[in-house]
Write a protein of this length. Structure first.
Length: 560
């Protein structure tokens, strides 16, 4: 229950707050203005969709929002009841929690109610919160679920390092890591000395933790100390042999990144290499480059870090893109036949303009890919395990995908692109991937969809569900396949089933797909009710949710 500092001009009828932010919010309505504030030690998450929701209206954002205060001076004059939603973080940013307050307009409340205030927690009104109730539980593999503050507190009490696994249920390499590595004795032994935490990046409330540690890709295993200082991280699926090296390096030197920076002033090559690698893993490529360039002979990591440090953003100038192209060309020249050179060629054809040059780069890349497809051992000789990642054991499938991506990036005709994806699908087919290998089969499904092999994708999803019938990610993939096959009634059935097992961005994707199935099946009333209910959800105000909003609005416009 959320304690509130009450004003006699305000009636709160329902509330929901996270367990750590209970009592942090005070709120009042006076002269048509709704004001909210949080006490010392907490603040509003300004990046989150704080707002006030009225029936059948878009979320009303605060007219003013500061660190600890929010004001709504822009509410309609005659609103009767609304729901205020605030995302409250502690000042150390160890957690952010949602607070929902359903309030009556004091000017329109029956005076017979007097000053009485009924406060109660009504979770059933908030399905998005209800789906997060497993927060804090310890899963099968010893990871605390989605509770950074609790895990950090435990690490402090037990004087241990904290291992954080950032992942998502739709991510093939995350699935493979969780299903194949986490249950192993080796991983258990390697991580016994850590407090373990799992962060699902799809949960909106976890975005603050992902941003805090600049997590750009998943899966990521991050090690920090109890002062929340980064020590090291590793990304993508990795076998136990690679993870053993990772954890061993931390055991031999658990210095934080900032401490390693101080040590590196002595120019010790071993320290320079360790720091350069850890900064690269953290996505701090320019800093990494400054240390790796001091090492002789140059380490293998240097080429990739130089490319990544030069990669321009989407709005970069022509000069930045030209510099990036030059560095890519240099990397390809120095290492023309490695696996990673295929990826560099794909990047290069994306940034250069000359069509003839694009064709020549594509031709060279396809030639190298074809050689790799004929000789698996050649791939292993020209790549390290971290470059292969989730495709370990299925290396030729990775080459098939990289070949298709290169052809697509080179602006080949649509028929050539589809043919390239079909070649990648054929490679996967020849590898006879067991149906129980969920992670790699999720990747295979993506390739089948790109290849427009929907009937084959249909058979694969059916087989995967027979093996794992309750897996919501496989159900979501099947929903996608059924839509492509125009089996709208079946798609609606599975959509209704899986939406209750989804949360965050996944939930909104399912809602959009289910609404599309209902519209195509001419079940307009159901579709309208569904779309309207999601258009009124405050989560659509998150910056990354604008595509979902546009999709839902477009579907609503199609309903007669």
């Amino acid at each position: 229950m959320l304690p509130i500092l009450f004003s006699t001009v305000f009636i709160l009828i329902q509330s929901f707050a996270g367990e750590r932010t209970q009592g942090s919010v005070s709120i009042e309505i006076k002269n048509g203005k709704l004001s909210a504030s949080v006490k010392e030690g907490f603040h509003f998450n300004a990046k989150a969709p704080n707002g006030f929701l009225l029936s059948s209206q878009p979320l009303i954002k605060p007219s003013q929002l500061s660190y600890r205060a929010a004001e709504f001076t822009n509410l309609p004059k005659e609103w009767k009841m609304g729901e205020a939603t605030f995302y409250i973080c502690d000042d150390a940013i160890t957690f952010c929690e949602v607070n929902k307050l359903t309030v009556h307009n004091p000017d329109l409340v029956d005076s017979s109610q007097g000053d009485g205030v009924e406060v109660k927690q009504v979770r059933s009104l908030f399905p998005d919160i209800e789906k997060a109730q497993k927060k804090g539980m310890v899963n099968t593999y010893g990871f605390i679920e989605d509770d950074y503050a609790r895990a950090l507190d435990q690490a402090k009490k037990e004087k241990k390092l904290l291992l954080i696994g950032f992942s998502a249920r739709w991510c093939p390499s995350c699935v493979r890591l969780e299903k194949e590595i986490f249950p192993s004795r080796e991983f258990g032994a390697q991580t016994r000395a850590f407090v373990r935490l799992k962060i699902d990046v799809d949960r909106f409330e976890n975005s603050v933790i992902s941003e805090k540690f600049n997590v750009k890709g998943i899966p990521t295993l991050l090690v920090i100390n109890s002062a929340q200082e980064e020590i090291s991280r590793i990304s993508d699926y990795q076998p136990n042999s690679e993870l053993a090296k990772f954890f061993s390096s931390i055991k031999s030197d658990s210095a934080t990144l900032s401490a390693l920076v101080k040590k590196a002033k002595k120019k010790n090559p071993e320290i320079l290499l360790r720091l350069g690698r850890r900064l690269s893993a953290a996505g701090r490529y320019r800093e990494s480059l400054s240390y790796l360039t001091q090492i002789q002979p140059p380490p293998r990591e240097l080429l990739a870090v130089r490319v990544q440090a030069a990669e321009p953003n989407s709005g970069a100038s022509k000069t930045s893109k030209a510099k990036y192209a030059a560095i890519l060309k240099e990397a390809i020249e120095l290492e023309p036949e490695s696996l990673r050179s295929l990826g560099w060629r794909t990047e290069l054809v994306r940034v250069i303009k000359d069509k003839e040059e694009k064709l020549e780069i594509k031709k060279d890349g396809i030639s190298i890919a074809e050689d790799f497809l004929k000789d698996k051992e050649a791939i292993l000789e020209n790549a390290t395990p971290d470059e292969i990642g989730e495709f370990l054991g299925y290396e030729q499938f990775l080459v098939g995908i990289m070949r298709a991506e290169l052809i697509a990036a080179a602006l080949a005709p649509a028929s050539d692109v589809t043919a390239a994806w079909r070649r990648a699908a054929q490679v996967a087919r020849e590898l006879s991937i067991p149906v129980a290998q969920t992670g790699i089969n999720l990747r295979r499904l993506s390739v089948l969809l790109q290849a427009k092999l929907f009937a084959e994708a249909d058979k694969l999803t059916q087989a995967m569900l027979l093996n794992d019938p309750e897996n919501p990610e496989i159900q979501r993939r099947r929903l996608h396949v059924l839509l492509e096959l125009k089996k709208y009634s079946a798609a609606a059935d599975i959509g209704k089933s899986v939406i209750s097992k989804s949360f965050g961005r996944n939930e909104f994707w399912v809602a959009g797909s289910l609404a599309k199935a209902l519209v195509e099946a001419k079940r307009y009333d159901e579709a309208r009710d569904l779309v309207n209910s999601y258009l009124n959800r405050h989560e659509l105000e998150w910056p990354k949710m604008q595509d979902s909003r546009k999709q839902l609005e477009s579907l609503l416009a199609k309903i007669p």
